[in-house]
Design a protein around this ligand. Structure first.
Ligand code: PLP
Length: 346
């Protein structure tokens, strides 16, 4: 065990920012990306006229490096994140970030910050990870509303503690009819930085009322379920698994895609991507949210107008647990990697 591992209490980290030693940098002007490589983590200098500061021209990604039981360090399907940021760039007029540059960044930054990767824990609920945060910004100065003349891509890393500090627990959600996360034709389907600030006020209000998060409805009919804060939504009825289809308002989560794949191929479930109305969730057996941070977060209850829908007695359901465990086992090198999802760093 190295020096840092002795001093950090991984379990107490939570999701607070904790700097590591190195970050990976690349820049782009005249449409051509050039790699700087890993440099010491630190502040960057930027013009107050930078496109990202004035018009929000930026995207982010989020993925984790896991310590496997077998001693390897793994990323989980990072090529999916590379494709997603590449596509997001097109929507925001950012010169598309080459997938191999993204792969180099996540690999190099994980290796350079190896000492910050939390060790493997037999108790999967106590497991931490090294969270990687790639971000691409329009950093060149621009006054008119137009794409910036130059861009910066940075990937930094931060160790994170276990998501569920007191076991795999269900959350309470509130459906809002007053705020929306995304609209048809907008940027809800890409990880645009500007998509996230707008959810802070509704989430804060929901928290003050005793809920953990907001469940968003579609902006057009105020009737169809979209996402849980910044996580994808799933519900289960019998052997059927439902999730909203990728219609441009739903972020194509890597966890979402993996769950659909496992449900169909490992658990022989009947998988449906389509629209889910508020009425549909009234008689479902289980529901959960998915995303890199928690993998799966079981949903215990959903409040809508003056009604409350309680699922599985407010406890994590058996199918949610089964899918969660399978995903964790693949991520930590325990289950067989049938679909080639693990990416070995070393
Ligand atoms: C990142 C994100 C997700 C989850 O995506 P993963 O790739 O599974 O981490 C879901 N919804 C929104 C809005 C997101 O930004």
């Amino acid at each position: 065990m190295n020096e840092i591992n002795k001093h950090i209490e991984w379990k107490k980290l939570g999701f607070k920012f904790f700097p590591t030693k190195y970050m990976f940098v690349a820049t782009c002007s005249d449409g051509e990306w050039k790699t700087t490589g890993c440099v010491p983590f630190g502040n960057i200098e930027i013009s107050p006229a930078a496109g990202v500061l004035n018009y929000g021209q930026g995207l982010f990604e989020g993925l984790k490096a896991y310590s496997g039981r077998d001693g390897h360090v793994y990323l989980f399907r990072p090529q999916k994140n590379a494709d997603r940021i590449h596509n997001g760039c097109k929507r925001l007029c950012i010169p598309p970030l080459p997938q191999d540059l993204f792969m180099e960044a996540v690999t190099e930054v994980t290796k350079a910050n190896k000492e910050f990767i939390p060790p493997y824990q037999e108790d999967s609920v106590a497991q931490g990870a090294l969270y990687l945060r790639p971000v691409v910004w329009g950093t060149g100065p621009v006054l008119g509303v137009a794409p910036a003349p130059s861009y910066t891509f940075v990937t930094y890393a931060c160790p994170v503690g276990p998501y569920f500090r007191s076991g795999f627990e269900s959350i309470k959600l509130k459906i809002t009819e007053n705020y929306h996360r995304a609209a048809s034709g907008g940027t809800g389907g890409v990880k645009a930085i500007g998509n996230y600030c707008i959810g802070m006020m509704p989430a804060k209000m929901a928290k003050s009322e005793g809920f953990q998060e907001i469940l968003y409805l579609d902006a057009k009919d105020n009737k169809h379920i979209e996402e849980v804060g910044a996580a994808n939504f799933f519900c289960i009825k019998g052997n059927k698994l439902y999730t909203p289809a990728l219609d441009g308002c739903i972020l194509p989560g890597v966890t979402r895609n993996s769950i659909l794949h496992l449900a169909k191929n490992e658990f022989a479930m009947d998988v449906h991507e389509g629209s889910i109305s508020v009425d549909d969730i009234f008689d479902c057996d289980e529901a959960f949210a998915s995303g890199t941070a928690a993998v799966i977060t079981p949903i215990g209850s959903i409040s809508y107008q003056d009604k409350e829908i309680v699922m599985n007695n407010n406890e994590p359901g058996p199918i949610s647990k089964k899918i969660y465990q399978k995903l964790l086992d693949i991520q930590h090198g325990i289950a067989e990697d049938k679909y080639n999802w693990r990416y070995v760093i070393e």
